[in-house]
Design a protein around this ligand. Sequence first.
Ligand code: ADP
Ligand code: MG
Length: 370
Amino acid sequence: MSHIPTLADLGDVGGKRVLVRTDFNVPMDNGVITDDFRIRSALPTIEWLTSRGAHVVCASHLGRPKGKPDPKYSMDAVRARLAELAPGVELMENLRYNPGEEGNDPQFVASLIQGIDAYVDDAFGACHRAHASIVGPPRTLPSAMGLLMQREVEVLLGLRNNPKRPFVAVLGGAKISDKLGVVEALLNVVDALVIGGAMCFTFLVARGYPIGDSLWEPDQVETCKRLLADSASNGKTIHLPEDLVGLDAAGNFATFGVRLPDGAKGLDIGPGTAAAFSDVIMDARTVFWNGPMGMFEDPRFEAGTRTVAQAMADTKAFTVVGGGDSAAALAQFGLDHDVDHVSTGGGASLELLEYGDLPGLEALRAAPNA
Ligand code: ADP
Ligand code: MG
């Protein structure tokens, strides 16, 4: 793969106006920022540039205003916080106020880069989208990835291209059809797959087990059957739950074996499964985790996710976590500082693992200074 330019490849930035595409899509409650992590995360790149004499203009999306101004998604609160953290740095209005952002309209790109001398992309979480602010500026401006993005790319491409083995991927969560492509791609690079969360039920159906009223996707059963057969013939192990926790037909909390009775709903992996998954993680040298093992938002069904999170924190393996809900679970257990890398991009991290590239990275590689 050819070179993706880094900040040093911008040359002398002194006196230049640099557009930095940041991911300031922060959680808000009634116009108040509830967590400024994403703003603070952009500071190393901003400081790298300002300390070398650049004038920084940031741009980000916030929420989904659907192509028109909407005060609910105004950048005012973000701009105020940014002014405290990085005085003198400008912030444009919400990129998604203009339909040209998501439509990748050349005229909108032209308006973004008017008076701008160089472009930096530090919005890893948006890099899997061919939006105007991601793919437009590098067509004409000297461009680079920021420090946050550089770390994401190093870690995730490192997993894909030369992981220390055994390499184990732990997958859960709810969006099985979104994630099956990743399962398939991961099977080519991992030594073992561990599957929990709602994702496991379509696999359990493929194995012929009754799953009661648990979440599953009927049209994905054939794909799961094929993945199970392929993994067996390629010497890869797919670990599925052997016990489950959930609600019985009367709606009471219950522990089950792998076969769920009629009307029962699996909402977490069982304690035996959690211990077995934890052992696999402890014995690995690289672990990638995406997707909670159960409905962890309900304390009755958090134990499986907590056990896996604790194993991620305790193992000597190099550990990477992707996915908004998985990262939230880790933070809820106070273990977010005990893994090696928490990706800031859920969809982007999965797509980079799946395809080995992203529209935003392709655009940077084709920049005039690359
Ligand atoms: P991530 O954001 O980490 O990629 P997902 O968005 O795919 O994860 O899935 C997270 C959601 O999956 C959580 O809200 C969790 O409650 C839900 N979930 C996990 N296991 C189950 C299950 N067995 N039944 C229903 N929902 C589940
Ligand atoms: Mg999610």
